[in-house]
Ligand binder design. Structure first.
Ligand SMILES: Cc1cc2nc3c(=O)[nH]c(=O)nc-3n(C[C@H](O)[C@H](O)[C@H](O)COP(=O)(O)OP(=O)(O)OC[C@H]3O[C@@H](n4cnc5c(N)ncnc54)[C@H](O)[C@@H]3O)c2cc1C
Length: 398
């Protein structure tokens, strides 16, 4: 049986960040992932300022910036009138070293973190290794894993469950994941078309109301990501047909030629939270603990904040002999932030964009513009939406 101090299930952004931090503190750590090579998911596209600060400690931020778009503003916009509420993160200059959102794909982070892991002492990342069972004893946890060469057991003092939305660790420990699945399917369409040349005053992150509903336009180097939705009375099967997608893109910018489409990906969104971030020697982080709408870009960022909080406590317990009750503080600090900040803000953002009533939209636009016009409320809003106040709240929780 292989023995390590900490076993991490899942080499997504959360598992890799936790692994790098623990290994740098001299803790022997093994990260396993069931996929056969580095996780190439392109899901997340926004990094918030505090996450960039955390990744800086691991020497990853400058490489991310080099492969992303520094985006000082984001906006909520009315398509037909071009009216907008423009949030400007440069007002956070005194609050963070990185007063901007970085538009960069999640897979850039997993690739960089995986490459760093290959040269980090005390850290091993094994792909093609799937956790299928676990048992807990008073002093350790033992995982059963399937590997390309057969079944193995791995024993560790602690297991970090960073195994994503469908977490097997959550199921094996019997944890409940309370919440709901939203009714709509989002259709993520990527195109190299240069919307910025046609739509005046776009930011790199735009949440847009239009007569027929809503869409968002998120820019990445060389590509735009458009989130589209079914029209009223249009089935998702119909909405996924190429002509339906073309029709919706033509509504954004009408053109003679058809749009070049790189990828179409439908996905459902959820709002769920685990009841406790700890099940004995198993600690949950990232999507295994909380799931939220991507509106506002907080899922991965919040998961990385979990990884940093948890790895600090793991270092205190393993290296400095702190009592492992310290892990209860991890739940006390991070769960309310997930509930009241990450899930709540993402839910509000989603609801705002789903509302169709023109009068409600006009009032909301005026409210947001007034909020931005006041430097105090503008900064407060950005501290929340950039996830800075959530971290401050966690740090102040005893
Ligand atoms: C369209 C979309 C856009 C998004 N945009 C943003 C954004 O802009 N900003 C943001 O912050 N978040 C965003 N998110 C959310 C973000 O993608 C997730 O929150 C993030 O991937 C969570 O990271 P994770 O490491 O917890 O889990 P994952 O990235 O899901 O990684 C979990 C890993 O565990 C592995 N695994 C699972 N089961 C096992 C097992 N039994 N054994 C071994 N390994 C296992 C999986 O293979 C996977 O590699 C978006 C999500 C979507 C769908």
């Amino acid at each position: 049986m292989k023995q390590v101090a900490v076993l991490i299930c899942g080499a997504g952004p959360v598992g890799l960040v936790a692994g790098l931090r623990l290994a740098r503190a001299g803790i022997e750590t093994l990260v396993i992932d069931k996929v056969s090579c580095v996780n190439d998911d392109f899901r997340a596209s926004t990094f918030h300022p505090p996450t960039l600060e955390m990744l800086d400690e691991l020497g990853l931020t400058q490489d991310l910036i080099a492969q992303g778009l520094v985006s000082p503003t984001w906006q909520i916009r009315q398509h037909e009138s071009h009216a907008k509420a423009l949030f400007d993160l440069s007002v956070l200059q005194g609050d963070t070293r990185y007063p901007f959102r970085l538009q960069c794909e999640q897979r850039v982070l997993t690739r960089l973190a995986d490459a760093k892991a290959q040269t980090t002492a005390n850290l091993q990342v094994r792909y093609g290794v799937e956790l299928t069972g676990l048992t807990q004893e008073p002093n350790d946890v033992t995982a059963t894993v399937n590997t390309p060469t057969g079944t193995e057991t791995i024993s560790a003092r602690y297991l970090i469950a960073a195994d994503g939305a469908r977490s097997i660790c959550r199921k094996l420990t019997g944890m409940t994941f309370t919440g709901e699945t939203y009714p709509e399917t989002t259709i993520l369409v990527t195109t190299p078309y240069r919307f910025e040349d046609q739509l005046p005053g776009l930011s790199n992150v735009n949440y847009v109301w239009c007569e027929q509903g809503t869409f968002s336009l998120l820019r990445l180097p060389d590509i735009w990501r458009c989130s589209l939705y079914s029209d009223p009375n249009e089935s998702i099967e119909r909405a996924l047909e190429p002509q339906a997608i073309e029709r919706k893109l033509q509504r954004i910018v009408p053109r003679q030629e058809p749009y070049e489409i790189v990828e179409i990906r439908p996905y459902r969104i959820h709002r769920r939270l685990i009841d406790d971030y700890r099940a004995g020697r198993v600690l949950f982080a990232g999507d295994a603990a909380h799931l939220t709408s991507p509106s506002g870009g907080m899922g991965m960022n919040g998961g990385i904040h979990d990884a940093v909080n948890l790895s600090d406590k793991m270092i205190a317990v393993i290296n400095q002999g702190a009592a492992d009750e310290l892990f209860n503080l991890y739940t006390r600090q991070r769960r309310p932030v997930a509930q009241d900040e990450i899930l709540a803000q993402s839910h509000t953002n989603r609801m705002r964009m789903q509302r169709r009533d023109p009068a409600w939209r006009a009032t909301e636009m005026a409210r947001l513009q007034a909020l931005i016009a006041n430097p105090v409320s503008h900064r407060e809003h950005l501290l929340k939406s950039s996830m800075i106040s959530g971290l401050a709240r966690a740090a102040a929780t005893p």
